[in-house]
Design a protein around this ligand. Structure first.
Ligand code: HEM
Length: 148
């Protein structure tokens, strides 16, 4: 499933390069704009970094078990061990990074949902609605540049 996340994130990033996100709502404070941009950047970083660290962990595992996506598609391992002086130590460290990264992603996801609900229920702008497909920003949105 993590490899599926990696593939979907790759597609999302390719799409994102050619599609500008809608502008921030009018009157959104600069610090919130910066916080949103930083959170989105870290979300993308984790969506790429987590699968890569997981992939590196299975690639360095001394058990050398095959990785088979959904029990159907054999997935190659990264040829990392020959590049490292101490593959076992690197595997241990990557496991820690992978585990903390996953919990950090979970926390950031919760924060992201809370922020979207705040926009919808308290600030009453269209930030949550426009995350849905086929939505255009409402005329009340100010063209002030992207926060995503
Ligand atoms: C978005 C992608 C991913 C997420 C959110 C994720 C999340 C997690 C979480 C929550 C754990 C348990 C950490 C803990 O011990 O507390 C874990 C462990 C693990 N993940 Fe992932 N993972 C992802 C991608 C991958 C991928 C792509 C692979 C390998 C192809 C992978 C391989 C592993 C392995 C081998 C462990 C066990 C590590 C250990 O022995 O401690 N993960 N992952």
């Amino acid at each position: 499933m993590g490899i599926t996340v990696l593939v979907l994130t790759g597609l999302r990033l390719a799409w994102r390069i050619f599609h500008r996100p809608p502008p921030s709502p009018a009157g959104m404070p600069a610090r919130e704009r910066r916080a949103a941009a930083a959170a989105h950047g870290v979300l993308y970083g984790l969506l790429v970094g987590l699968p890569l660290t997981g992939w590196a962990v299975v690639s360095l595992s001394p058990f050398n078990l095959p990785t088979v996506l959904y029990g159907l598609v054999p997935w190659p391992h990264l040829p990392l061990a020959p590049l490292l002086s101490d593959p076992a130590a690197a595997e241990g460290r990557l496991k820690v990074v992978h585990a903390y990264g996953a919990w950090f992603l979970t926390a950031l996801l919760v924060l992201h949902v809370v922020a979207a609900l705040r926009h919808h229920l308290i600030l009453r702008d269209d930030v949550l609605r426009r995350m849905l497909p086929a939505r255009r920003p409402s005329p009340s949105s100010e063209v002030l540049g992207s926060t995503r």
